[in-house]
Every structure is written in structure tokens, then in C-alpha cells.
Design a protein around this ligand. Structure first.
Ligand SMILES: C[S@@+](CC[C@H](N)C(=O)[O-])C[C@H]1O[C@@H](n2cnc3c(N)ncnc32)[C@H](O)[C@@H]1O
Length: 367
């Protein structure tokens, strides 16, 4: 899926097609006749350039996300200008009736607030970082987490779906580690970021929000994470529009990294490639290295399993064809608890494609 530049009416993926009914749905079904309610609910935005968002309120995970969003708005509104009453949010929520009633009140005050301030051009003073058009790390992280909470109500599905210790084992890199990588590599609007094995696409969305990359692309092989990635992408797009945030272009694809259709993207377009390859099998890592040798000079490749040797040895006739002859590998800075599958600090490596050494070696041979 590809992000539109300026979506106007935002409909989250499940809004039109509610999830299968849950126990909390049953209350709704009974009352639906009486109150005549729809399952979808809109949340009006109070942010500059913010757009209304539609949520399906058919399960508790979704209700809790909407609540956390309203709480966030109530908390950032220090001078109580919008007028969301904390009592509405603290009230006991028994069923969808309560959720919808609370939302209705919040939407009324939000509409009034937005109307009164319709001539304002931005609102950073009122909402701090949330009022700015660009996302800082915390805001980007919160928005991507909201999106994944909506799209993946039960994250255990991801961990249990695939065999452990295989290339398709699921695991996530945390956003603090990603921020460190992004800052160290100075990712910005000129960067084309590609996550090879992107899972549910959280890093791709984070890079679109935090670094506002020219393009962030994710490629994921497995059905389950790829399906969720599509939903994460749509919720993310809607949430960014709700908070009135600027965002880089992003794409989430299902497919094999080694597929020919991604060759141009990986070797010609990408400036920063990310591969969480520590669980990939030997053959896949070998094939990936074979593909990466064709990347243009200067491409940075971040991995959890080093692609080359950090100690560079002089080139010989025997080693001049190795991946090490075409690249330089170094260890990157890392933070504690940087991945989801272990409490230990996992090292991250950066390989920069640099074919100058091998060219110089062959020139020397010819002389
Ligand atoms: C450990 S997860 C990493 C998720 C994400 N990049 C992160 O670090 O948060 C690795 C992902 O690579 C995917 N994968 C494995 N082999 C692949 C292939 N040949 N092509 C595309 N994706 C692949 C797996 O299905 C898995 O979801």
C-alpha cells in the first residue's frame, strides 16, 4: 500500500468492515435496536490541519486505543482550552453506550474549539510537541504504537505463528534503537529507507514519521505479518492525518527480498537498508550478501548479524572477490533492551558499500 499525500476523510481499514463479533459486541447487538447506533465512531481532531478519524469500536482493544488518544489530548491541553472534562474519561465504562457517549461529548467540545480557532496556523504552544507539524521521536513512537495496537489487537499471534529459529521468526527492533541508528546515519528527506523483512511495518512507519524520508519501504515474506502490516499502514496514515503531522512517503509490500522486482529498489534507489537478519538461515544471509554487492557506493546497510569483518585485512588475489573487499563494516551504538526477543543488548552493525579499495587493488595489479 502507498500513502496518499493529503487524505481528506480518513477511514481506518476496519471501519468499513468490522472485526468478527466479540463478547463486548453482544451488548451492542442487543442495544443497537434501541439506540440505533453504528459500530463505527468518529473522533474529531483539534490539531492544526488535523482530520477526523473513524474507528470501529467493536472490541475492547480499539476502545482502549480511542480512550488513550482522548486522554492524550486532555493531558496536553494544559490550560483546558478545549474543555474535555476529565470526568468523562474517568467515568466507569461498561459498554459501547458509555464509550459513544463520552466520544460524543468530546467531539462537541472539539468542534467548538476547532471552529473558534479556525484562523490559527499552528498550535505548538497549546499542545507542545503534539501541536507541531513534524514528529519528534516520542510523538512518532506513540503514533506508530497507536496504529499497531489498533491493527494487531493480539500480538501473540505473531510470535506463535511461525517456527522459532527459522528465517521467519518474528521479533521487533525497538524505536529507541531505531532513533539512534537514524541519527547516526543522518537520515532525512533525501533518504530512501528499505527494511528487508519488515514484519508488521512499524519501523517503516516510524522512519516516515520521524525522519520524513523521501521514501520508506518494507518487504515482508510471511502472510500473517504482511497482512497486519497493511492495516498498520492504513491506521498510521489516518492517525498522522488526525494529529495533523507531516509524513514521508511509505510503502509496505508482501514478497521475497530476493525477488527480481525489488532488485532496482535495493541496488539503485536505497540509501539506507535495514535487515534484522540475526535469525535468518545461512543460505538466506548468503543470498542477501550476493544481492547487496550490487548496491551503489555509499549505501549503508544496518544489520543485527555482521555482513563483513570489522578488522579489514589487505586485499590479496584470493580475497579480492569477497564481500569485505567491496564494503566496510563497523559496530554501531546500541541501547539496552533494543529488541523484543531478548533482554540482552543485541549489537547492530553498519556496512557501507565502498568499491574504491578493490578498484585500487586491480589498478595496482595491472601496473
Ligand atoms: C525479526 S523480523 C524483523 C521485523 C522488523 N524488521 C524489525 O526489526 O522490527 C524478520 C522478518 O523477516 C521476514 N523474512 C524472512 N525471510 C524473508 C524473505 N526472504 N523476504 C522477506 N521477508 C523475510 C520474516 O518473516 C520476519 O517477519
Amino acid at each position: 500500500m502507498t500513502a496518499d499525500k493529503n487524505p481528506k476523510v480518513i477511514t481506518t481499514p476496519d471501519a468499513a468492515k468490522p472485526r468478527a463479533s466479540t463478547s463486548s459486541d453482544e451488548g451492542l447487538v442487543k442495544k443497537k435496536k434501541y439506540y440505533g447506533w453504528r459500530k463505527n465512531a468518529s473522533v474529531r481532531s483539534v490539531f492544526y490541519k488535523g482530520k477526523t478519524i473513524n474507528f470501529p469500536l467493536c472490541d475492547t482493544a480499539m476502545q482502549s486505543t480511542v480512550y488513550r488518544m482522548l486522554r492524550l489530548i486532555e493531558k496536553t491541553d494544559k490550560d483546558d482550552l478545549i474543555g474535555i472534562d476529565v470526568k468523562w474519561l474517568d467515568a466507569e465504562i461498561n459498554d459501547l453506550h458509555d464509550v459513544r457517549e463520552c466520544l460524543y461529548r468530546c467531539n462537541v467540545v472539539a468542534s467548538l474549539y476547532k471552529f473558534e480557532r479556525r484562523r490559527e496556523t499552528s498550535n505548538p504552544k497549546r499542545f507542545g510537541e503534539w501541536g507541531k507539524r513534524n514528529c519528534n521521536h516520542t510523538v512518532a513512537k506513540r503514533i506508530v504504537n497507536f496504529a499497531s495496537d489498533c491493527a494487531v489487537p493480539c500480538p501473540d499471534v505473531l510470535n506463535n505463528h511461525y517456527e522459532s529459529f527459522s528465517s521467519e521468526t518474528y521479533g521487533e527492533t525497538n524505536f529507541n534503537q531505531m532513533k539512534l541508528i537514524c541519527d547516526e546515519l543522518k537520515c532525512d528527506k533525501n533518504t530512501v529507507f528499505v527494511d528487508l523483512g519488515s514484519g508488521i511495518g512499524k519501523l517503516v512507519c516510524y522512519m516516515a514519521a520521524y525522519a520524513r524520508c523521501k521514501k520508506s519501504v518494507g518487504i515482508e515474506l510471511s502472510d500473517v505479518p504482511a497482512k497486519y502490516a497493511n492495516n498498520v499502514g492504513q491506521y498510521f496514515k489516518s492517525l498522522m492525518a488526525f494529529f495533523g503531522k507531516r509524513c514521508g512517503k511509505f510503502e509496505l509490500h508482501q514478497g521475497n527480498i530476493l525477488d527480481e522486482k525489488f532488485y532496482h529498489l535495493i541496488t539503485e534507489e536505497a540509501t539506507v537498508i535495514f535487515i534484522n537478519n540475526v535469525q535468518f538461515d545461512e543460505k538466506l544471509n548468503f543470498d542477501i550478501k550476493h544481492l547487496l554487492q550490487y548496491c551503489k557506493p555509499g549505501t549503508k546497510i544496518v544489520t543485527t548479524k555482521a555482513l563483513g569483518d570489522v578488522n579489514q585485512r589487505p586485499l590479496t588475489r584470493r580475497t579480492c572477490g569477497d564481500f569485505d573487499a567491496l564494503s566496510v563494516t563497523r559496530r554501531m551504538k546500541s541501547v539496552a533492551n533494543n529488541v523484543s526477543w531478548t533482554g540482552r543488548e543485541v549489537p547492530f552493525w553498519c556496512t557501507t558499500m565502498d568499491q574504491k579499495r578493490v578498484i585500487a587493488f586491480f589498478k595496482k595489479l595491472r601496473r
